[in-house]
Design a protein around this ligand. Structure first.
Ligand code: PLP
Ligand code: 3DJ
Length: 420
């Protein structure tokens, strides 16, 4: 853009923003705090406390065990909501259960079993740790090879990188649609098609994509996916994750954890495990009902917001951030550590700086701006489009430049990374 964006311009963008009213649906407990970590833990929806209180008092407190008649398939109902308004999947293809880590294990193991002659798993070398660790374990248990795809820390993988790594021995490829560190975005349709042509499954981790970019699982022919609900989906800390299995594959995949919630005719309590015919076979045991309850008001807002509008706003917020970083932060030693093209980025932006760890801490404690640090030297800023204003981005970068220009972070001790 020509010239640096003024605060006035940011105010005008907010005034014209069709999603601006949705900010009121969230608890903004500290109005002066600028929260740019919705990609790690989303804000609390204003409707959640009362909804939870009702479920606790009425459904648990009064109705007691009778409530299981509605609780029992809550994960399916929430899955259908996600499918319709967030993931672009068909009814009966998504279910909410367990954690992302556990769901990844279940679907990876199921996919490997379905490709018995093949001995290689591919994963992005820069993939989120839990994915890499789980695949290391699966490869060791089964005597398979885990091959890591070297990827650029800032730009992420390209479709060509993945295509070039595929061969007749690859059973499974595990990739994030949006990378947790750089925010780089992969083309789900193109990668899935390339892998299918090579006879491999792709299992997508949608943790940083769900609720921020349209993933259109049906239109993109995606086979398998998992993802968190506590980030852009605002389900709360430790909220249960989702898993997606394309309808046509469900009957042919067996997951490794044979619990009674995955059993056909669960309450007949038969002698042997027989998997449910549909997506229920990927469930395991009793769901955390209070955590599922928190997801209901959190997901309701997505039907109203529309994922395409969220994507458009997420791109615009990111572009404003990059423009301001170019103008103000480059002279202070920062470099952009995300793809520059907004179409190749999710909703967060990473900036590299040799002192990023101390800067991220000082930014929180001294400037009231919450982002986070990621190794090796990244300041990660995630303006979640549901509740972040353009002026928040402007003010956050203004506070950041002021803090670094004054060397405030240099007063902090040098320490090792820990949770934000
Ligand atoms: C890409 C990705 N996968 C998985 C997880 C976490 O999985 P879990 O909720 O099982 O800890 C995260 C964030 O914590 C993540 O960013
Ligand atoms: N899940 C988290 C947790 O249990 C503690 C601290 C942070 C998280 C996160 O979600 C981190 C996040 N997935 C990331 O992209 O780094």
């Amino acid at each position: 853009m020509n010239g640096e964006p003024s605060r006035r311009m940011a105010e005008e963008r907010d005034a014209a923003d069709p999603l601006a009213g949705l900010r009121d649906r969230f608890v903004i407990a500290e109005p002066d705090l600028i929260y740019l970590d919705g990609n790690s833990l989303g804000r609390l929806p204003a409707a959640t406390p009362d909804h939870l209180a009702r479920v606790v008092r009425q459904e648990w407190g009064t109705d007691l065990v009778r409530s299981w008649s509605t609780w029992i398939d809550w994960g399916r109902r929430l899955g259908d909501t996600l499918a319709a308004h967030v993931l672009g999947a068909r009814p009966g293809e998504v279910v909410v259960s367990d954690s992302t880590s556990v769901n990844l294990y279940k679907l990876a193991a199921a996919a490997l079993d379905a490709r018995p002659g093949r001995r290689t798993i591919l994963v992005d070398a820069e993939e989120f740790p839990t994915d890499r660790y789980l695949l290391q374990g699966l490869a060791e248990q089964r005597g398979l090879t885990l091959r890591t795809l070297p990827s650029d820390l800032d730009e992420g993988l390209t479709v060509t990188d993945v295509r070039d790594a595929l061969d007749g021995d690859v059973a499974l490829v595990v990739l994030s649609a949006v990378s947790y560190r750089s925010g780089s975005l992969l083309d789900l349709g193109a990668v899935t098609a390339a892998a299918r042509e090579a006879g491999a499954y792709v299992l997508w981790d949608l943790s940083h994509a769900a609720g921020s970019v349209p993933v259109e699982l049906a239109a993109n022919g995606v086979d398998l996916a998992v993802g968190c609900t506590y980030k852009y989906l605002n389900g709360g800390p430790g909220a249960p994750a989702f898993l997606y299995v394309r309808r046509e594959l469900q009957g042919g995949l067996r997951q490794p954890i044979q619990g009674w919630f995955g059993q056909r005719d669960q309450f007949r309590m038969g002698p042997r495990y027989e998997p449910a015919p549909d997506v229920d076979r990927f469930l395991v045991g009793t769901p955390p009902i209070l955590s599922l309850a928190a997801l209901e008001p959190a997901l309701a807002v997505f039907a109203e917001a529309g994922i395409d509008r969220l994507r458009a706003k997420g791109m615009a917020l990111g572009e404003l951030m990059v423009d301001l970083a170019d103008a103000w932060l480059t002279p202070l030693g920062f470099t952009l550590a995300s793809p520059r093209d907004p179409r190749r980025r999710g909703s967060h932006v990473s900036l590299a700086h040799p002192d990023a760890l101390r800067i991220s801490r000082a930014l929180i404690s001294e400037a009231g701006v919450v982002g986070d640090f990621r190794t090796p030297d990244r300041l990660r800023l995630g303006p979640a489009p549901l509740y972040t204003r353009f002026v928040d981005v402007w003010d956050a970068l203004d506070r950041l430049r002021d803090l670094v220009a004054r060397g405030v972070h240099e007063q902090l001790p040098v320490a090792s990374p820990r949770v934000t």
